[in-house]
Write a protein that binds this ligand. Structure first.
Ligand SMILES: Cc1cc2nc3c(=O)[nH]c(=O)nc-3n(C[C@H](O)[C@H](O)[C@H](O)COP(=O)(O)OP(=O)(O)OC[C@H]3O[C@@H](n4cnc5c(N)ncnc54)[C@H](O)[C@@H]3O)c2cc1C
Length: 480
């Protein structure tokens, strides 16, 4: 799985990740911001400078822009260290920091994260981690050693509270103000839940490691589980809870889980998979409310039916985390609005990952994507945009998501629409191995693949060439 591949690439640091180690790390980070550079840090910078003298490093022109210079008192030119601050220490923010270093940036990088623990990968939270097959160490995105190797000023447990673009200053919850030369907004998204639902002890969202730990423990002893929502996270939790032996009911207002993305016809065909695994699907209705005391005993549906449940998992969507930008002048509308280079309406401020809504020239539309691959690629792109300016080009990816449910790998690429015409060109639904093309006016808009990773690669490349122009695909069509 891509999520795990990243952990493996980054390596792991056993034993780091608990609160004690994190606070030690934070002290180390604080010492750095006092302006004292350790000999080790100076040596690392020197060795990086030597290493970046080769082809992989920035050009001379670029390097002088990175270091920068400003007129000091009396007309003296004093060197200025460029400081890039990243708000949000998860996938997108980390990829920005890693790429900046990979490309030879040797200024300061401050990575500010609201969560206390070292950054971790979220996809396993609904899969292997929830099932108990992966630990928090296994899913770590960044180890203490990597923080040091990347020379990051990592501020964990600190939330960006306000932004003052005039002063190029980021205010943190604790009152501290961080000055920046450039800022990257990577504050991701947060689960959406109707008001009052979180008053019940047995209702669980799933976004953070803490959520994952709480849900993992709630699923012990095979309780009756009601999963509210038929999106990817809801489907994955239903699958994992079923594997753990729970009695699972999944509630989705549309005709079948994943219908919003796959369209009703294909979603109905795929609904055979959870049903065969023993999950009860309740579709075409929504949750009205809950009965019980501190804990939910029963879920009430709008059509009058009720479902007995010990544990309720809510996966009904997420909202971009932009509240802290109010009054800053950064334009926000269901995400931080960006141009094709991921630059916001404010000079020197960029955005990446779940929080960013940018103009994708390949598909000629603005989009906000809440998927792993985009957070990773956009984070890396923003680093290039910071270092190379216009030369970095536009950020123009083919949207892509993968999911794992009931032992099936599901991949979707492009911008399929539920009303598109669907053609199966490889395999069959019954085999649980197929490739389906989504087409509008006979042009390819997107691809759905079940257990067909290799074919998906070919179609992703095709979509990358054609984008919104689409392509007439003359592959033979199978019936499902
Ligand atoms: C359970 C689960 C399973 C998933 N499975 C898949 C999958 O199978 N395939 C797939 O493609 N995608 C999957 N995703 C989506 C993927 O994990 C996200 O797209 C990705 O994590 C987005 O990364 P990000 O860095 O943009 O944002 P996030 O991961 O949301 O990180 C944002 C970080 O910013 C911090 N933050 C928020 N506000 C502030 C602030 N004011 N100051 C400082 N820090 C702040 C947050 O605490 C958080 O740590 C899954 C997500 C979840 C939750």
């Amino acid at each position: 799985m891509i999520g795990h591949a990243s952990s493996a690439r980054n390596g792991r640091h056993e034993g780091i990740g608990g609160p004690r180690e994190v606070s030690g790390l934070r002290q180390l980070c604080r010492r750095r911001t006092a302006g004292v550079r350790s000999p080790r840090r100076r040596a690392r910078r020197a060795s990086r400078r030597r290493a970046s003298g080769g082809a992989a490093g920035p050009s001379e022109a670029c390097r002088s822009r990175l270091s920068g210079a400003r007129a000091g008192p009396g007309g003296l030119t004093v060197p200025r260290h460029r400081r890039i601050v990243v708000a949000g220490a998860s996938l997108a923010g980390i990829r920005t920091a890693e790429t900046l270093r990979d490309r030879g940036f040797d200024g300061e990088i401050v990575l500010v994260g609201a969560e206390e623990r070292l950054p971790y990968d979220r996809p396993p939270l609904s899969k292997t981690f929830l099932e108990g097959q992966a630990s928090l160490d296994d899913i770590q995105l960044l180890s203490g050693d990597q923080v040091a190797a990347l020379d990051l000023d990592l501020r964990l447990g600190q939330r960006a509270r306000a932004l003052d673009p005039e002063r190029r200053a980021l205010e943190l919850d604790g009152g501290e103000t961080l000055r920046y030369d450039d800022l990257v907004i990577a504050t991701g998204s947060a689960p959406w839940m109707p008001r009052d639902w979180d008053l019940y002890e047995s209702i669980y969202p799933l976004r953070t490691a803490e959520d994952g730990l709480a849900l993992r423990s709630a699923l012990q002893g095979s309780p009756r589980v009601a999963v509210v929502g038929g999106g990817f996270i809801g489907c994955e939790v239903a699958s994992t809870a079923r594997r753990l032996g729970c009695d699972v009911v999944q509630i989705e207002p549309l005709t079948a889980p994943m219908a919003r993305v796959l369209g009703p016809e294909m979603a109905l065909a795929c609904a055979e998979i959870p049903v065969a695994a023993g999950v009860r699907l309740v579709c075409g209705t929504a949750v009205e409310g809950f009965d019980g005391g501190a804990r939910v005993e029963r879920v009430r549906l709008r059509d009058g039916r009720t479902i007995e449940a010990d544990v309720v998992v809510v996966g009904i969507g997420a909202r971009p985390v932009t509240d802290w930008l109010a009054g800053s002048g950064v334009n926000v509308s269901d995400g931080v609005l960006c141009d094709d280079r991921c630059a916001t309406s404010v000079d020197g401020v960029y955005a990446a990952g779940d929080v960013a809504r940018w103009f994708n020239p390949l598909f000629e539309q603005t989009m906000r994507i809440e998927h792993w691959t985009n957070a990773s690629e956009q984070g890396a792109f923003v680093a290039r945009a910071l270092l190379e300016g216009r030369q970095a080009g536009s950020y123009a990816p083919v949207p892509f998501v993968w999911s794992e449910q009931y032992g099936v790998k599901i991949e979707i690429a492009g911008v399929p629409h539920p009303t598109d015409r669907i053609r199966i060109v490889e395999g069959t639904v019954a085999e649980r191995r197929f490739v389906a093309l989504y087409e509008r006016e006979e042009r390819l808009t997107g691809v759905l693949a079940l257990n067909s990773t290799r074919s998906m690669l070919t179609f992703r490349r095709l979509l990358a060439r054609t984008g919104s122009r689409g392509e007439r695909v003359d592959a033979p069509s199978n019936s499902s």
